[in-house]
Write a new protein. Structure first.
Length: 251
């Protein structure tokens, strides 16, 4: 992608991208000069200028009878995107509530293959409550999607400030990795010895996500307040019956 395409992908669409890039290249300049460099008609240039002023991406200064455009530091683009993200995060719970109540039906999505599994894993990082529960089969996750993918998910979860309560089932040789850790926002318990499953389950907000064993190679996401409450009840029963991990190390 060239710079214009990148700016458009960031929401600086149409002539705004051409005008903003031209203003950056020229520095302090008149609207006419910027319009000429950007290949925009002067009438359109003034309309574009008003939109960029509203976005906080340029400013103007009056010198005598002439007005000059001053491009703002491109870091303003990042601030703009962060502000939009914050706004979406604030309104998202209400929008999802409206979406989930429509028709009273659960939203069920099926994903096939490793890319689908990665999609479901990444969606857990959107957890609005910042409280994530999981029953994990590490022996299966190590094979698919693989240790490095899981490491990346762990790092992103910690950066997002999401706490994890996890019950681990499976072979004991996987139990030295990803123990309870205050720094990593993880509290671990070990399932009873006779409880061993090949499926990993995540619970967050109003969603239950399943990741199959490598043999079946799929992921499933069910968005349903009722089903989520049911699965949470089962999780808490298993949590009470599981053995706490008694030590806390950095990773």
């Amino acid at each position: 992608m060239n710079l214009i395409e990148m700016l458009q992908a960031a929401g600086i669409d149409g002539n705004k991208a051409d005008f903003y890039l031209a203003s950056l290249e020229l520095g302090e300049a008149t609207v006419a000069s910027i319009a000429q460099k950007a290949g925009i008609g002067r009438t359109n240039a003034y309309e574009v200028l008003d939109r960029l002023l509203a976005d906080g991406l340029v400013a103007t200064v009056q010198k005598g009878a002439r007005s000059y455009v001053i491009p703002q530091d491109p870091i303003a683009l990042l601030r703009r995107i962060e502000a939009q993200r914050q706004l979406v995060q604030e309104v998202l719970p209400r929008l999802r509530s409206i979406h989930n109540s429509a028709g009273g039906k659960p939203k069920v999505r099926y994903f096939s293959g490793i890319e689908g599994i990665k999609t479901v894993l990444n969606e857990t990082l959107e957890c609005q409550s910042k409280e994530l529960r999981a029953v994990m089969s590490n022996s299966e996750l190590f094979q698919m999607p693989g240790v490095e993918v899981i490491r990346g998910i762990v790092a992103q979860r910690v950066r997002a400030g999401i706490n994890l309560r996890v019950i681990r089932s499976g072979p004991s040789d996987t139990r030295d990795l990803w123990r309870s850790s205050t720094r990593d926002r993880r509290e671990l318990r070990f399932a009873p010895a006779d409880f061993e499953v090949g499926i990993t389950t995540y619970l967050y907000d109003d969603t239950v996500a399943f990741i199959s064993s490598r043999a079946e190679h799929y992921a499933l996401s069910i968005q349903s307040a009722e089903f989520f409450a049911f699965e949470c009840s089962l999780f808490e029963v298993l949590w009470s019956a599981s053995t706490p991990d008694r030590f806390d190390k950095p990773a």
